[in-house]
Design a protein around this ligand. Structure first.
Ligand code: COA
Length: 176
């Protein structure tokens, strides 16, 4: 995207009809960065499975998937929170976030993280948001710290990238 190009950004909850775009997005972004849990193969889920998953997600109390689109069309960002339905764990939400590389640095990650936090507050259930980030992912760590997330631990061998182990950094934000 050119710096002065004007686009309309929309953030909304994903619906089953987004399944195909979400899977294509996972393949594209998986090829663009070493910082995701998958590579160019993406999520490797069938469209039917992803549709069912998104159907189940709609109206879920403590799980969400938000997507960022531009010009009401192209999917360029995704943020999710996954949480257990078990009463002892239902307050812990694991955050995932990805923005397509062409759109990095325009504040879209920030908007998605803000929306995730607002959603978490509104659930009345989520009291801890957490994530594990590749220790070398300076852009993401900066974003999380800007949003108030604290580093809790360095986890040796938390990930393996190109056959080399890398540290993961466990970060969290308390929702009060
Ligand atoms: C991490 C990610 C979501 C950020 O999205 P984004 O839309 O670029 O985020 P923003 O533009 O809102 O913010 C990026 C911030 O990082 C800063 N930044 C950019 N490069 C940086 C670097 N090398 N080191 C530190 N900070 C950096 C920017 O200045 C900006 O901070 P600011 O708002 O204080 O100026 C995106 O880069 C991404 O999808 N990466 C690949 C997938 C990934 O790593 N996901 C996280 C897995 S835990």
């Amino acid at each position: 995207m050119r710096k002065r190009e004007k686009v309309e950004l929309m953030i909304r909850e994903a619906i089953p009809a987004d399944a195909k775009d979400i899977l294509a997005f996972s393949r594209k972004t998986g090829a663009e960065t070493p910082f995701l849990a998958y590579g160019p193969e993406g999520l490797e889920l069938s469209e039917a499975f992803e549709e069912m998953y998104l159907e189940d997600l709609m109206g879920n109390r403590n799980n969400v998937m938000l997507i960022a689109t531009i010009n009401n069309k192209e999917l360029i960002g995704l943020a999710s929170v996954g949480a257990s339905d078990k009463p002892k764990l239902e307050h812990i939400g694991e955050v995932g976030i990805t923005v397509e590389k062409e759109y990095w640095g325009f504040g879209i990650g920030t908007v998605l993280m803000e929306e995730i936090e607002t959603w978490a507050i509104e659930t009345g259930i989520i009291r801890r948001l957490e994530l594990t980030v590749h220790g070398g992912n300076e852009r993401a760590i900066h974003l999380y710290e800007k949003m108030g997330y604290q580093k809790e631990a360095v986890m040796p061998r938390a990930m393996k990238v190109n056959d080399a182990f890398v540290d993961g950094v466990l970060m969290s934000l308390m929702i009060d």
